[in-house]
Design a protein around this ligand. Structure first.
Ligand code: SF4
Length: 266
């Protein structure tokens, strides 16, 4: 089985976490066990069993998670494990990565990749009205005078930035697109619109935290390109956004529009 490099990083750190955890438990057991001898051997054996059981449960969780990541789909009955992966493991894995000098953004990219694969393979579908596209403001050309943060329809589709194509796709598919100026606003939009599915475009930090904050709503995250540096005149692969939307659309809805969107991109 070929494992994508981005996935490999997260799996490697997950296994590193397992080693740290086992070592920590061993030390927790070993040092006080010297003192346990004063109370008899049984106390040392008792704590040995307790820590052993904790380690077995933790190891089974890690094995399950690695299996889910490698298969690229959820193991039946293990949806809660994906919740643990999304909600709790990212900060811990980031901490382990820091010990090895791995940049945070590399870990976030790996996490986003794994999340996207799990979401794609879970076959989530929704009608267009229940899907939300969340865009960062920095994609808009910095000299553009139109206020698309108020209403994305204010875009005149002049072709100078990627909103030209993105607004066309959203219109054609009948999917709501919102331009957020930051993570707080994006979270507010999610609360207000209550979507079933989200396609989010942002940088590594905003995407990773957005995926965590909006769990259990399925999110496909697409990273921006920064040819002129961070937060100004950024770009996004429009084809990837289109593909993500197609992944989410119910089969019966908008089949004609999906083809039209594909045609407009080719
Ligand atoms: S495509 Fe729209 S948002 Fe982009 S520069 Fe032109 S008018 Fe502004």
């Amino acid at each position: 089985m070929k494992i994508k490099p981005r996935k490999r990083l997260f799996i490697g750190l997950l296994l590193g976490l397992e080693v740290f955890f086992a070592l920590g438990l061993y030390i927790l057991w070993y040092i006080p066990s010297r003192g346990y001898e004063n109370f008899g051997r049984n106390l040392s054996v008792f704590w040995g069993w307790i820590f052993g059981i904790i380690l077995i449960v933790f190891t089974l969780g890690v094995v399950f998670l690695v299996a889910i990541i490698l298969r690229g789909r959820e193991v039946r009955g293990a949806r809660w494990l994906r919740g643990i992966l999304v909600r709790y493991l990212l900060p811990v894995i980031t901490g382990v990565g820091k010990l090895f000098g791995i940049p945070k953004d590399d870990i976030r990219r790996s996490f986003i990749e794994i999340n996207n694969e799990l979401v794609r393979s879970s076959s989530f579908k929704a009608p267009p009205k229940r899907i939300l596209i969340l865009m960062p403001h920095c994609i808009q050309r910095d000299v553009c005078p139109y206020r698309i943060t108020v209403a994305v329809n204010n875009c005149r589709q002049c072709g100078k930035c990627d909103f030209n194509e993105l607004t066309r796709i959203a219109d054609r598919l009948g999917i709501e697109m919102t331009v957020a100026t930051g993570g707080t606003l994006a979270r507010r939009v999610v609360v207000q619109t209550n979507p079933e599915l989200i396609v989010g475009v942002a940088c590594e930090r905003d995407l990773a935290s957005g995926i965590v904050d909006t769990y259990p709503i399925p999110v496909i995250g697409i990273l921006i390109d920064r040819p002129e540096g961070p937060c100004v005149n950024t770009r996004v692969n429009v084809q990837k956004v289109n593909d993500a939307l197609e992944t989410f659309l119910s089969e019966h809805s908008f089949s004609g529009e999906k083809e039209a969107a594909q045609a407009s991109l080719s």
